[in-house]
Design a binder for this molecule. Structure first.
Ligand SMILES: [Zn+2]
Length: 541
C-alpha cells in the first residue's frame, strides 16, 4: 500500500467516525530555508490531500514561527546582525543585498522583517509545488490573544512542568523558573528573559521578569527588571510548552515530527506529556519522519551550489521534486546527490511511474499500484493530468549537445509518431531542465562536444583502431540505420576485430570528441550527420 493511504487508514482507526481533520506543521524562518524542511511540508500536505480525496474535510495549516528568538547568525549575513540576537525574528530587520541589516526598510514597514523575508521565499517554493496550506504566523496568534488562557494555565503549574521536563528529557530548570518569557520592554529581546514570579487571577495576571546578560550563549540581555501582564504577545511560551499549546488552539488532529524532535526523551515526548498532563488534552495523531538531504558538501563548494529549498526547486520541474519526496516512505531517509547519473535515474523512475499511471507500463512481475499513487501525488494539479509522451531525460541531455540536430524532429523520432501539443510542452520543459542539469550537475561522462576537425589525440590511434573506424564508415554507407540496430552492428564488427571492447569504442570517441568516453555509440552515430562521420572516420589515416 502507498504510505499516504496507510497513514490515512491509521488516522481513521485513531478517530472512528470523525469527518473533519486539521493537519499542521511549522517552520521557524531563521535564515534561508534548507531543502530538508520541505519534507515535512510535503508529507503533511499529501496526507491532507489523501484525506480530502477519500471524502473527508481536511485542512492543512502551516505556521511560520516568527515569534521565536534569533538564536544564530546565518554565515552569509553581516556581523552587524549580532545586536539583534535574542529578539523575536519578526522584530529583526531583513537583510539587504549585501547581507547587512536593512533597518530603514524595517522602520518604514515592520512587516518587512527578517522572518517574513525568509518565509516569503519558502512559501513561494511551497506554492509552486502545487501545495495550498493555510499559512499563518505564530506572532499573530499571540497578538490576537489565542495563547492567553493557556499562559494562565501554565503559569499556575510551573513545578509540574519543570518536573515533566526533568522526567522525560533530563533537563533541569531552576526552582524559580516559570514556563514563560517576556519580550523585554527595554531592549526587545525575548531569548534572554526569565519570569521569576507571577501573581493575580487568570485573565489578570502580572509577572516579574529579568533580562539576563548571561542567560544564553548567543545573546546578551540588557539587565532590565520589570513587571508586566503576559498577554497579547508580551509573553512567549518556551517552545516545548508552546508546541503542546499550539496543538490545542486549533485543535490539531494530525501532526508528525522530524527525526530531530522524535528521539526518545526528545522534544516531542516532552510536548506530549505536557499536553496530556498539564493541559489535559490528547496530543494529535503522530508519526516521525526522517531527514531529506540534498548533495554532499563537496558538490556544494566546488560548483557553488546551495541546498536551499529555492535553489533546489530551481533545478527540477515541480513534479519531479514532488516525486523525489513522495515516492519514499516518511520513515526512510532521502539522501539525494544530484551529481553524476542520479538525476537521470530519478527521471527514469518518474517515467516508469507515469507509464504505469497511463496504463502503458512495460514493467513485469511487480505491482503497479504504488507507482500509480506516487505519480498521482507528484502532480501539481491532480485534476488535470494530460496523457503525453515523456522523452527520456538522458536522451534529451544528449540531443542538446549536438547543435546540428533539430530538437523537435528528434523527439518525434523517439516517440515514433506525431507529437501532440502536450508532448511538445513536456519536451520543451525537459529541454529547459536538461540545460540546467548539463550546466550544474552533469559529470565528464555525460558532457561532450563534437570536434570540428580531427582531434590531435587521433594521431595516437593504433592500426587496428583505425581499421575499425574504416569498417564503421563502410557500415554506415551500406544502408540506412536506426540507433539500436546500428549499436548491435557495431558490436558485431568489434567482435570480428582483434580489439577489446573498451579500446574499440575509445577509437570512436577520440576521433569525434577528442576524449576516451562518450554517449552510447549507436545513438550517437545515428544522431550525427552520416556524411560527417564517414568523412571523419576515413581521415584518421
Ligand atoms: Zn532587555
Amino acid at each position: 500500500m502507498f504510505w499516504a493511504d496507510q497513514i490515512v487508514e491509521d488516522i481513521e482507526k485513531a478517530f472512528p467516525g470523525k469527518k473533519s481533520f486539521i493537519v499542521r506543521d511549522e517552520k521557524t524562518p531563521s535564515g534561508r530555508v534548507h531543502i530538508g524542511s520541505l519534507r515535512g511540508v510535503v508529507i503533511h500536505a499529501i496526507i491532507a490531500q489523501a484525506l480530502c480525496e477519500k471524502g473527508y474535510d481536511a485542512k492543512f495549516y502551516y505556521e511560520m514561527n516568527d515569534a521565536d528568538p534569533m538564536d544564530g547568525l546565518p554565515s552569509n549575513l553581516s556581523k552587524n546582525f549580532e545586536k539583534f540576537m535574542g529578539r523575536p525574528l519578526k522584530d529583526v530587520p531583513p537583510p539587504d543585498e549585501k547581507g547587512e541589516p536593512n533597518e530603514a526598510a524595517f522602520e518604514k514597514d515592520p512587516t518587512n522583517n527578517f522572518a517574513n523575508f525568509y518565509a516569503a521565499e519558502f512559501m513561494e517554493v511551497i506554492t509552486n509545488l502545487g501545495f495550498k496550506p493555510i499559512f499563518y504566523k505564530s506572532s499573530d496568534l499571540y497578538k490576537e490573544g489565542k495563547y492567553d488562557s493557556w499562559i494562565d494555565t501554565v503559569l499556575e503549574k510551573p513545578n509540574e512542568i519543570r518536573l515533566a521536563y526533568k522526567e522525560i528529557s533530563g533537563s533541569e530548570k531552576r526552582e524559580e523558573w516559570n514556563p514563560l518569557q517576556i519580550v523585554c520592554e527595554n531592549c526587545g529581546r525575548v531569548g534572554t528573559t526569565t519570569v521569576v514570579s507571577s501573581t493575580g487571577e487568570a485573565g489578570n495576571k502580572k509577572v516579574v521578569y529579568e533580562c539576563e546578560p548571561h542567560k544564553v550563549k548567543w545573546a546578551v540581555g540588557c539587565g532590565h527588571k520589570g513587571e508586566t501582564t503576559p498577554y497579547k504577545g508580551r509573553g512567549k511560551l518556551p517552545w516545548k510548552v508552546e508546541w503542546a499549546v499550539k496543538w490545542n488552539i486549533w485543535p490539531v488532529d494530525v501532526e508528525g515530527a522530524g527525526k530531530d524532535h522524535s528521539a526518545s526523551g526528545g522534544s516531542h515526548d516532552v510536548a506530549e506529556k505536557l499536553c496530556r498532563e498539564i493541559l489535559g488534552k490528547e496530543p494529535p495523531f503522530y508519526f516521525p519522519y526522517e531527514f531529506f538531504t540534498f548533495g554532499g558538501a563537496k558538490m556544494s563548494s566546488s560548483k557553488g551550489l546551495g541546498a536551499s529549498a529555492k535553489e533546489v526547486a530551481d533545478t527540477l520541474p515541480p513534479e519531479l521534486l514532488r516525486f523525489l519526496m513522495v515516492r519514499t516512505w516518511p520513515h526512510q531517509t532521502i539522501d539525494f546527490d544530484p551529481s553524476g547519473q542520479t538525476m537521470l535515474r530519478l527521471y527514469d523512475r518518474h517515467d516508469e511511474s507515469a507509464e504505469a499511471y497511463f496504463g502503458r507500463s512495460k514493467l513485469e512481475n511487480i505491482s503497479l499500484d504504488d507507482l500509480k499513487r506516487a505519480y498521482h501525488f507528484s502532480q501539481v494539479d491532480p485534476q488535470n493530468v494530460p496523457n503525453r509522451f515523456f522523452p527520456r531525460f538522458s536522451r534529451v541531455a544528449f540531443l542538446l549537445q549536438i547543435p546540428s540536430l533539430i530538437f523537435e524532429e528528434e523527439i518525434k523520432k523517439l516517440k515514433g509518431s506525431e507529437l501532440t501539443a502536450e508532448d511538445l510542452k513536456e519536451a520543451q520543459q525537459r529541454k529547459e531542465y536538461a540545460q540546467i542539469w548539463l550546466k550544474k550537475f552533469a559529470d565528464e561522462n555525460s558532457l561532450f562536444t563534437v570536434q570540428d576537425s580531427l582531434p590531435e589525440k587521433a594521431k595516437d590511434l593504433t592500426a587496428d583502431q583505425k581499421d575499425f573506424l574504416h569498417k564503421i564508415a563502410d557500415l554506415l554507407e551500406s544502408k540506412k540505420w536506426q540507433g539500436e540496430e546500428l549499436h548491435g552492428a557495431i558490436h558485431e564488427l568489434r567482435k570480428a576485430s582483434p580489439l577489446e571492447a573498451k579500446t574499440a569504442f575509445q577509437a570512436i570517441y577520440i576521433a569525434l570528441l577528442g576524449k576516451e568516453s562518450g554517449p552510447q555509440a549507436g545513438w550517437f552515430l545515428d544522431a550525427l550527420d552520416k556524411k560527417f562521420v564517414v568523412t571523419r572516420f576515413r581521415t584518421v589515416s
